[in-house]
Design a binder for this molecule. Sequence first.
Ligand code: FE2
Ligand code: FE2
Length: 241
Amino acid sequence: MSNSTTVPHPLASSADLVTPLPDFTSATYKDAYSRINGIVIEGEQEAHDNYQALARLLPEQAENLVQLARMEMKHKRGFQACGRNLKVEPDMDFAKRFFEPLRNNFQVARGEGKVATCLLIQAILIEAFSIAAYHIYIPVADPFARKVTEGVVKDEYLHLNYGQEWLKAHFDQVKEEIMAANKANLPLIKTMLDEVEKDAGQLQMEKESLIEDFLIGYQEALSDVGFTTRELIRMSAQGLS
Ligand SMILES: [Fe+2]
Ligand SMILES: [Fe+2]
């Protein structure tokens, strides 16, 4: 019996093997998109608020941080347009609940003036998570959202880099604080991923790829900040095991 229907021809181009894009107009897609779109809109809003808060904690960096906050507002408007384009109403109540634990931890750290913790949460964890999610989303997005997301992801790299540079410059003073912040906040990312797995799957975004991309970016950033490979393995195990 021939199995030629399941084995790709050796000369087949990779384009022949790509899974077809989802049906962006189906009720199932739109239902999942209402929550995912809500999450990105709320995520961009909170990123804006967090950089504004950081600007108050670091007055000498205020100009840079306010600039980052402005970019986040632009991202938010971009993703609102993506929802309108697909005629989807974003589920903002769900999105606000989704971010609650991470938002609470940021606000506590902010109240205590813990700049390194705030930067770890917003500029490293959230940015690395967004970059991973946007990367995985781009190939399966509708053409309008793909364009918007490609523009956004470039900015998020700048934000990640900003956090990385600050933490690197203060590494000796903030190393312990970063480790504690990692321990408290990395598990929240795992919970958030679990919560969004089903909806992301409807958008053809796989949880395994999300985790992989996120962990690579997160570890690369922290390695640049100054952590050793051994420390990074321990820190990752604390969050995702
Ligand atoms: Fe953003
Ligand atoms: Fe950002």
